[in-house]
Ligand binder design. Structure first.
Ligand SMILES: Cc1cc2nc3c(=O)[nH]c(=O)nc-3n(C[C@H](O)[C@H](O)[C@H](O)COP(=O)(O)O)c2cc1C
Length: 344
């Protein structure tokens, strides 16, 4: 049995499960495992320094096509504070077009943390659209942002609620409420639900709320294939939802595990505060943030930034990606069958 949705059909994948991008951490091995398991693996935007910002994306795409024939995707952070953004939206579509295998398999570009207009504004992206099956989705953490995405003519949105790990928004709307709000206004828009998913029950709920797939970050961190340090993975299993909170990061609000690093940062306030703060972010702040990521890469989970979502409260094993995906699908199928049997 399979669960077929508008998203599985759009991307030609077996299961409605995506890996969430988790820059600046590498997610090549993870993306490969997810795509191979029948989901859609997503490569992260790892380079936040602005120097040769497309180099790692190209290497990651080459890695994917060397190891699998399955579709995959990638993330571009379109934040004003990402110094390489202009170069990325111009060059990445060109790089995809210049390699026939990459052009065939790279089916999904997810933009996030900034404007949904940057990528459609690239003439190379418009060219790529004509010669490939590429789809553009953007992260929407609130209804008004979903409306902006639709105005930018995206192919779909990733509906991400505040319980999600890592890069977040000042909007602080839960996935449960947001999905229902967005579905009411855009019932036919392809939607991927994100933030707080780790189980088959969660997938079944997302499908009931109008999504065609889920994307998971924290669940996949706790997998054998993820590139995260073992010290990082070890924090997931005992973690409770209350162990995470929103803090200010150089790219906006960010959900972190409450460690020494996180507690030295203020909690995000309003949108106005955020815009003011964005303006005041200096190169020095960015370097400090990058240093905190570097530290956690190497296993320092006290002084480094540990990005995790509330879903750590429902993750209790470190497994193979294939087993995670198969388990979620099996549970979701059971839930869907059980639920439909309630209708008399
Ligand atoms: C370690 C980590 C890094 C992240 N980096 C990014 C990023 O570079 N771009 C982005 O759009 N979202 C990023 N996010 C957010 C995820 O894409 C996704 O929204 C989140 O993990 C979903 O919540 P979950 O962890 O409960 O599955 C990151 C999340 C984590 C945990």
């Amino acid at each position: 049995m399979v669960i077929e949705t508008n998203i599985t059909k759009m991307f030609g994948i077996k299961h409605p499960i995506f890996s969430a991008p988790m820059g600046p951490f590498f997610t090549r091995e993870l993306a490969l495992a997810v795509s191979e398991a029948g989901g859609l693996g997503v490569l992260s935007n790892v380079n936040l320094s602005g120097t040769n910002p497309t180099e790692e994306h190209l290497e990651s795409m080459k890695f994917m096509v060397e190891h699998t024939d399955k579709p995959f995707g990638l993330n571009i952070l379109t934040s004003r504070n990402n110094p390489g953004v202009k170069e990325m939206v111009r060059k990445i579509p060109k790089l995809i077009m210049s390699d026939p295998k990459i052009k065939e398999q790279c089916r999904y570009i997810l933009t996030s943390a900034g404007s949904s207009r940057f990528l459609p504004g690239s003439k190379y992206f418009q060219e790529l659209r004509k010669v490939s099956e590429i789809k553009h989705f953007h992260v929407a953490p609130a209804v008004w942002l979903a409306q902006k995405c639709v105005a930018s003519k995206v192919d779909g949105i990733v509906v991400t609620g505040t319980e999600g790990g890592g890069h977040q928004s000042f909007e602080k709307v839960t996935t449960l409420v947001l999905l229902q709000q967005v579905n009411k206004i855009f019932p036919d828009l392809p939607k991927i639900a994100c933030g707080g998913f780790a189980t088959g029950e969660g997938l079944a709920a997302a499908l009931s709320l109008g999504a065609g797939a889920i994307a998971m970050g924290s669940r996949f961190i706790a997998s054998k294939q993820s590139e995260f340090h073992d010290n990082y993975k070890a924090l997931v299993l005992p973690g409770k939802p209350q162990d995470t909170a929103l803090y200010w990061g150089a790219f906006g609000p960010i959900r972190l595990l409450k460690n020494k690093y996180a507690l030295a940062h203020p909690a995000p306030g309003s949108k106005e505060d955020m815009l003011e703060r964005e303006k005041s972010i200096t190169m020095d702040d960015m370097i400090k943030d990058l240093d905190a990521y570097e530290k956690v890469y190497k296993g320092d989970t006290e002084n480094g930034a540990v990005l995790l979502g509330q879903s750590i409260g429902i993750i209790d094993s470190i497994e193979n990606v294939n087993d995670i995906i198969e388990g979620i699908i099996k549970h979701a199928e059971n839930v869907i069958r059980k639920n439909s049997a309630m209708v008399k």
